[in-house]
Design a protein around this ligand. Structure first.
Ligand code: SF4
Length: 395
């Protein structure tokens, strides 16, 4: 396995210009006042931004001679589409974004009957060094700003509203932080993003707490902080191994906070929120898919307010990592269920567009190493029984 160092502190370089979405409502009103405009213009700008409107010509409720200055000061363009790729008959769309400093990140919009989910990135690259993950092999470029994270969700909502995804106009209903990066390593900005996602329109996207999933590989202090702050979103823990011996290599953060500590923190979150947490487990052939590991996982989670999402790995030709064969997957599921643990196997949307975290960005980055390692298949809700559903950041 490739052994990369864990990186908690993101380089400060490259952060984007200030954006309305980085500010609280009061800060935005003050910023607008500094430009000589009435404070309520901040609310008008927010209304436009959260509807996906950035063209000043369309901001007809703002005086024409003020629009450009306000846009420049508070709505700088932060995300540029490099390309879209679609799959699943137009119902999955993966977008590669270029940030102002040239960093590349991606988001994936997936439409299902009755709902639409966007998977967003919270960092450019990732410092958590999971050896089976393409993004992890890139290392950490930098944290995304709140506005860069929020902008991915806003773009998805606008794409749904405009009917850009097959199936006609619709509404973005779910957001999962399972794109590039470890969300809880960029805590403060992810927290701001949660506020924006949950705040009712026009000052946010107005999503329900249950519809937002924060995923983590197990940054225990940050899980505890999230618990204390009472955001009540859905928590997903990327466990990938039930035993410390394997997890120390598969998910290197385990050397800092082990399986027991991570599960304790997730249990505390479940107690506080009353909400089941999700255990994400990428099934990798002959690495973590053995029957004895299913039994270990079953024992670990029996009686807990937890649900297991098994994710068949999205294999890349030539990689040392491969998806578990179907019989092994079935055996794994059967053993978990026999232990009384709710278990589903994820749909694997987008495999034909390299729909796995980091792979598109890697393909376009001149500096990124050539990636042969696959990463987990797209984080989409399970296809089996319905279920609810991975260092502290600075400001
Ligand atoms: S699996 Fe997640 S936490 Fe691990 S390196 Fe990849 S993006 Fe980072």
């Amino acid at each position: 396995m490739t052994a990369l160092p864990l990186v908690f502190d993101a380089p400060r370089r490259g952060m984007p210009p200030r954006h309305l979405a980085d500010l609280t409502r009061e800060e935005a009103r003050a910023a607008v006042a500094e430009l000589g405009q009435p404070a309520f213009r901040a609310d008008q700008l927010a209304r436009h931004f959260y509807r996906g409107v950035t063209d000043p010509a369309l901001m007809t409720d703002v005086p024409a001679d003020a629009r450009e200055a306000l846009r420049e000061a508070l709505l700088p363009g932060l995300l540029t589409v490099v390309r879209h790729q679609t799959a699943d008959n137009g119902r999955t769309r993966k977008t590669l974004w270029r940030l102002h400093d040239g960093a590349l990140v991606e988001s994936v919009l997936m439409r299902y009957p009755g709902r639409a989910t966007v998977c967003i990135s919270s960092q450019a690259g990732c410092g958590m060094a999971c050896p089976f993950c393409a993004t992890g092999q890139q290392g950490l470029t930098r944290n995304l700003s709140a506005a860069e994270i929020i902008g991915q969700a806003v773009a998805a909502a606008a794409a749904m509203a405009a009917g850009e995804i097959d199936g006609g106009p619709g509404r973005l209903s779910n957001v999962v932080f399972m794109g590039m990066g470890e969300p809880l390593a960029n805590y403060a900005r992810v927290r701001k993003t949660l506020d924006a996602l949950l705040t009712p329109a026009p000052h946010g996207l107005g999503l329900g707490q249950r519809s937002v999933t924060v995923s983590t590989v197990g940054l225990v202090p940050a899980i505890r902080r999230l618990t204390e702050e009472g955001r009540n979103v859905t928590l997903a823990v990327s466990l990938h191994a039930p035993d410390d011996e394997l997890r120390n290599t598969l998910v290197p953060i385990n050397t800092r906070w082990n399986v027991g500590e991570v599960i304790d923190a997730a249990d505390a979150y479940a107690r506080k929120t009353g909400r089941r947490y999700s255990i994400e487990y990428a099934l990798i052939r002959d690495v973590n898919d053995q029957p004895f590991r299913a039994d270990l996982l079953g024992k670990l989670l029996a009686g807990k307010l937890a649900h297991v999402n098994l994710i068949p790995l999205n294999p890349t030709p030539g990689s040392q990592w491969d998806a578990s064969p179907l019989p092994a997957q079935r055996e794994f599921v059967a053993r978990l269920r026999a232990a009384g643990v709710a278990t589903t196997v994820r749909d694997t949307r987008g495999q034909d567009i390299d729909g796995a975290c980091g792979q598109l960005a890697a393909a376009d980055s001149v500096s990124a190493p050539s990636l042969a390692s696959p990463s987990a298949a797209l984080p989409v809700p399970p296809v089996e029984p319905p279920t609810e559903l991975g260092a502290e950041g600075d400001e």
